[in-house]
Ligand binder design. Structure first.
Ligand SMILES: CC(C)(COP(=O)(O)OP(=O)(O)OC[C@H]1O[C@@H](n2cnc3c(N)ncnc32)[C@H](O)[C@@H]1OP(=O)(O)O)[C@@H](O)C(=O)NCCC(=O)NCCS
Length: 169
């Protein structure tokens, strides 16, 4: 979607990670390893699937990185991918769906917030006008995190999904 200069950031435990763009092909093995480091609940909240095998049987769906359509930001340390945030561009060219995932061993260290803030900044630089997100209603943590960043949420009529939306300022 665009070039993004790698950034070194510090987590709450004092360790450093690099935020950089996902490299299709080269990062695939590390991405799969990240998925295997996620528990069932984490996978459900991100993919609405409950096993790593189910996610990894559809890598084309979740590791798609087509030039001009997806911006995938990963957090890397020592060759491991600890988490990712992505913007999947809609055909209107102005809207993207936002998603974020931090594998369980690295949750609670500020990485989800850092990935989110960096992806929002990238969305601004890309000139996107609107971000949307879909989350399962029990995912209070991400709803709070995104509400603090200007997303407004409403529950689908059937109650199965919370839809969030942010107009970029
Ligand atoms: C949501 C998610 C990305 C947050 O990542 P993270 O690295 O743990 O986030 P942070 O450490 O930056 O913390 C974000 C907030 O969650 C809170 N939090 C972190 N770990 C928590 C825990 N175990 N229990 C409750 N709250 C927690 C933090 O206190 C923080 O709130 P604050 O900003 O008020 O302090 C991560 O939990 C995750 O990947 N969840 C599964 C996938 C998902 O839900 N994706 C969103 C749908 S697209």
């Amino acid at each position: 979607m665009s070039t993004f200069a790698p950034q070194r950031v510090m987590l709450r435990d004092g360790s450093e990670v690099v935020l950089r763009c996902f490299r299709p092909g080269a990062d695939m093995a590390a991405w799969c390893e990240m998925i295997r480091a996620c528990n069932r609940e984490t996978l459900w909240r991100r993919f609405e699937l409950r096993s790593a095998d189910a996610v990894l049987s559809r890598p084309g769906d979740f590791c798609r990185c087509e030039p001009g359509s997806d911006f995938i930001l990963v957090a890397e340390r020592g060759g491991k991918i600890l988490g990712e945030a992505r913007l999947c561009l809609f055909p209107d060219g102005e809207t993207a769906e936002f998603c974020v995932l931090v594998a369980d061993p690295w949750q609670g260290l500020g990485l989800g917030s850092l990935l989110t803030d960096t992806a929002l900044e990238a969305a601004r630089r890309l000139g996107l006008k609107r971000l949307v997100v879909e989350v399962v209603p029990e995912n209070v943590r991400i709803v709070r995190l995104l509400e603090r960043r200007g997303f407004a949420f409403r529950r689908d009529p059937d109650g199965r999904i919370f839809r969030g939306e942010k107009t970029m300022g």
